[in-house]
Design a protein around this ligand. Structure first.
Ligand code: NDP
Ligand code: 2IT
Length: 448
């Protein structure tokens, strides 16, 4: 069987075996479409079933999460953890609390995580988890009880050498604190390295909170530099207004760019003077309100519940909200308005049709598994500090993050050049490079 026929057969079987999981199929297709030239050169990977094994998670956990709300009513949610691949290290990846979470979403995220984590060069395998719990409007007490119930079941599968979750959508420092507390109580172990994204005062790493957003901007900066461009004086649009988005805005401003728009699931806001970050942080992180509240304090800014943030003209776009949020027509609008670079702070925010439009227009495109790898890479730095019972300074940790992002960028370009001839093909570079590192380890470890 030739390389492409082999890849096609694995994809067909993956689709057949995982029906009704469109996001998982999309994530698998995106990686497999890059691997033709890799299998041409490495037919041994077909002989040892690397792809068949990669597409089947090592373990999938689904569990009931019962909890009691503030009115005394019993609520039941569904919890997930997909332990996808441990060839390079303990399963590593975030937890997402959002009503849209289902097994297919967790599998897409876990699959992406395998290659992203490999790209960082650190010793971390791939996993992801979460629950279909909606934190919006829930009191602090409800969040705590939910986290405690979630961990009461999940703790059996975790461990600093086994599986190390962190945050994702709906899970930040507060939730990680409640999860850690319950893990410690049940196991009677102060196992710092079992969760990352902990607050800095008790085992968290400096820069972990900022890392995904900062890292995405560092990656975009590297891409722009290949064309002699930078952020200085550029108009930037960021989608979302959560953890990744907020710190992307912060770093863009530090590099001299101006973020003129951001969004949440209710709409988007435009502030031509540049987003006031302190105000945005207060609304989102302290008051936990919707971004529409921003315009009350900044009369020059406007909020729109119709259209999308990508209608706002910009030089650089950083999608930092959620999967498939940037569709074909958004890509068309961005290209028409002269966008030069797009770096995915979120996981799979651009649809395949949108990516194709950027590619055809020669727009620099950084896929999530490369551009947002700074978050998980800094989680691995947190694990290193926990293992050594050490604490690094902010400056030291940020310097490590910057050098990891530079290295991820270089690796993408070099691998893309080796396997496709065009260094600008970051999709090929990220997929092939991540795959090769995992495939090598899986081959060495035998058929398991
Ligand atoms: P947050 O929960 O902090 O913020 C999510 C943001 O995205 C919010 O503004 C939210 O708006 C918006 N959003 C979420 N779902 C939707 C939706 N269905 N439609 C429109 N907007 C939506 O999450 P993060 O910032 O941590 O995560 C954002 C993205 O980055 C995700 O794709 C995540 O997987 C990815 N990522 C996160 C990393 C991390 O370290 N946290 C690391 C790497 C990737 P609203 O408040 O209205 O829901
Ligand atoms: O998608 C991601 O890389 C994350 N949510 C971060 C995972 C982590 O373990 O830090």
């Amino acid at each position: 069987m030739n390389a492409n026929a082999h890849i096609e057969a694995v994809f067909d079987e993956t689709r057949r075996r995982n029906p009704a999981e469109p996001e998982f199929h999309q994530a698998v297709a995106e990686v497999l479409e890059s691997l033709g030239p890799v299998f041409e050169r490495h037919p041994e990977y077909a002989a040892t079933g690397i792809l068949e094994r990669l597409c089947e998670p090592e373990r999938q956990l689904i569990f009931r999460v019962p909890w009691v709300d503030d009115s005394g009513a019993v609520r039941v949610n569904r919890g997930f953890r997909v332990e996808f691949n441990s060839a390079l290290g303990p399963y590593k990846g975030g937890l997402r609390f959002h009503p849209s979470v289902n097994l297919g979403i967790v599998k897409f995220l876990g699959f992406e995580q395998i290659f992203k984590n490999a790209l960082t060069g650190m010793a971390i395998g791939g996993g992801k988890g979460g629950a279909d719990f909606d934190p919006k409007g829930r009191s602090d007490g409800e969040i705590m009880r939910f986290c405690q119930s979630f961990m009461t079941e999940l703790h059996r599968y975790l461990g600093e050498h086994t599986d190390v979750p962190a945050g994702d959508i709906g899970v930040g420092g507060r939730e990680i604190g409640y999860l850690f507390g319950q893990y410690k109580r049940i196991t009677n172990r102060y196992e710092s390295g079992v969760l990352t994204g902990k607050p800095v005062g008790w085992g968290g790493s400096h820069v972990r909170t900022e890392a995904t957003g900062y890292g995405a901007v560092f990656f975009a900066h590297e891409m722009l530099a290949t064309r002699g461009l930078g952020f200085d004086g550029r108009r930037v649009v960021v989608s979302g207004s959560g953890n990744v988005a907020v710190y992307a805005v912060e770093k863009v401003h530090a590099l001299g760019g101006r973020v003129v728009a951001c969004s949440d699931s209710s709409g988007y806001l435009v502030d031509e003077a540049g987003i006031d970050l302190e105000l945005l942080k207060e609304i989102k992180e302290v008051r936990r309100e919707r971004i529409a509240a921003y315009t009350e304090a900044r009369p020059g800014a406007s909020f729109s519940a119709r259209g999308t943030v990508y209608d706002v003209p910009c030089d650089i776009a950083l999608p930092c909200a959620t999967q498939n949020e940037l569709a074909r027509e958004d890509a068309v609008a961005l290209v028409k308005n002269g966008v030069r670079a797009v770096a995915e702070g979120a996981n799979m925010p651009c649809t395949p049709a949108a990516v194709q439009i950027f590619r055809d227009a020669g727009v620099l495109f950084g896929p999530g598994k490369a551009a947002n790898a700074g978050g998980v890479a800094t989680s691995a730095l947190e694990m290193q500090q926990n293992a050594a019972r050490d604490t690094w300074t902010f400056a030291q940790t940020e310097a490590r993050l910057a050098s990891i992002m530079r290295e991820v960028h270089t690796q993408c370009r070099e691998t893309a050049t080796t396997y496709g001839g065009n260094g600008d093909d970051y999709v090929l570079g990220a997929n092939a490079s991540g795959f090769l590192r995992v495939a090598e380890a899986m081959t060495a470890q035998g058929v398991i």
